[in-house]
Write a protein that binds this ligand. Sequence first.
Ligand code: GLN
Ligand code: ZN
Length: 757
Amino acid sequence: MVVATNLGFPRIGAQRETKKIVESFWAGKVNEVALDEAAVKLRAENWKLQKEQGLEHIPSGDFSFYDHVLDHSVMFNVIPQRFRHLADGHERTFAIGRGIQKPATETQAKVDIEAQEMKKWFDTNYHYIVPEFETNQTFGLGSKIKTLEEFNEAKALGIHTRPVVLGPLSFLLLGKPAKNSHGLDLLSLLPKVLPVYEELFAKLAAAGADWVQIDEPCLVLDLSAEIIDQYRVVYNRLGAAAPSLKFLVATYFGRIGNNVAFVKDTPIAALHIDLVRSPEQLQSIIDNLNQTQILSLGLIDGRNIWKTNLAKALELANAAVKAVGSNRVFVAPSCSLLHAPVTLRFEKRLAQQKPELFDWLAYSEEKCKEIHILAQALNNGAESVAAALADNARSIEARRVSPHTTNAAVRQRLEAIVPDQLRRRNVFATRQKTQEESLPLPRFPTTTIGSFPQTKEIRLARSKFTKNEIDEKTYKEFIKKEIEFCVRAQEKLDLDVLVHGEAERNDMNGWIASYGSRCVRPPIIFGDVHRVNPMTIEETVYAQSLTNKPMKGMLTGPVTCLRWSFVRDDIPQSIVCTQLALAIRDEVVDLEKANIVHVQVDEPAIREGLPLRAVDYEYYLQWAVDAFLLSTTGVTDKTVIHTHMCYSDFQDIFQAIIRMDADVLTIENSKSDMKILNAFAKHGYSAGIGPGVFDIHSPRVPSTSEMKERADAMLEYIPARNLWINPDCGLKTRGWKEVNESLENMVAVAKALRALD
Ligand code: GLN
Ligand code: ZN
């Protein structure tokens, strides 16, 4: 019999219960008991819901208040030195995730500990806390064994679950050596960490677990033969140590490729593969399993919101059943549903306002139901779920033929793109001269990345506007006042290129986990994209009217719009991206027409979209960079195109960045040494560049001298003519006081450099 399974359920709660209780805890409004009670309640609801939807293997241990990788580190007692003196408990876990700062009191010295690094989880927009390992790292189970506790918690409710743990190789490979342990070979820690896995598995077995899900997402990366060999050794050892347990090793986000070779020589009972990303891998995986191994088919897209085409999924599943027999098949989502919103039940507004679109959607709850339907169809024949399949086919067909997903004019425009639309009229060196002549700026021009503090008042006004408590006119007036305030502040600081401050920008709270308690609500791209109306012209022109200094227009680039949305899955992403690019191109051209000389097109997500396998880089970078070029090259030489990326990991993409041909690139740099700038120079980057001179994640006010030192070091690698002075990223999460002080010091740096020049 085919088994209906799940790999993980969202932990935020349908009404963002987790976020709310966690933030109340941080604010000191509730204690640990209340925090735990809320979690117990939510977990029970999630398990029950999955059971009601007909799932047989229901995950436990997938819940987290902050991040599951962090929880795993804590469970295995991998606590960085600097946190070890803190008492075991939620507070310490949060401290590792967020850092901790407390002023001195009469009885206690001040506490100020830096958080552990946060990194994007593979190619998703979810962030995990990077484990830090030391040369003398020890591992052990603490007093609270989260995975075991949650298994028992479900058991007490009469729900037999499949505990989920992060596998030993992915745990180590996703980590990094601690500062004091440079050069540590992460896999050398295997002999020390494996006994702890064995101990955990023995405890789970004793508690009655039969299946255990071991996540090894690193198996979809390019791995060396040595690492693959370690996989074989490790899983043989773990299997021998826990003979009563059945291991499901889960991979997701891509194809396993040749990495699968070790599986057949191990006691791994089941292998999960992502068939949404890589449906073509089915046959080769089947060929690489041994006669008893089960294949868990990831057929339901765990990273998107569309209903599954069940007929198509069934075709694939039937092929698998035919090849290995129904006793060796599970059906599952492609990955944990952590990356999908919780349920459609509360989408009342969408259901009312966009019933057509609503009919095409499936969130986590609905995805669980789809898994059940597939399993039923496989076990009892399609007739047994005929009504459900027919209903699904109707939705899929409605979406396919909907007049609202295709726009002939957009398609034609796409067809008509010519190479000239992907290049500026002249090369940077020529443009630079024109730009310097037509709008001279002081040497070492100062600017910011776009956003200024999003104050309580701004958020309140926006929330009132969304709830229709104030009308559009009132809201717009409010935004105008904010813009004016922001422009005056920048004039007072004597910055050179100003911004309007992005007060109108809303990063809506909502649907899916991004990091810690932060949730985001990605837009849905369901049809061909085009620009209905100008998007930023009014605000930008208004901001420019307030000042004689140049005002920088501010847009999000096509790749970032694409990456941070739920994107339609019926046409290639490259096409959606090109459509976005055309819409942005129109806006950039209109900004130029409105006499806006500086235009910034942010692309912070271009790196995150880099494929997981090196062979796929080239194709992606080709269309991604083309899209950026399409969006920015409609202007004359005198318009200064800026772009911004908020990270400093440029490995593998230097050439692509050079090809983007922006006039100015601002990047995060304040915490990195000058290695990146050196690499930029080596790769032949020769346009304007603004490596951040201060960290915007911290409320700390940097002194002029420390920033000057940084700028001096930059000048070793960057010609003075090309160097811009700016912070690492936008200032929206900061307060006005520290922003004013930091920028004042920053402007002083530029002035000091000019004096010497
Ligand atoms: N312009 C944006 C800001 O200043 C850039 C945001 C980003 O890079 N993520 O906030
Ligand atoms: Zn940024």
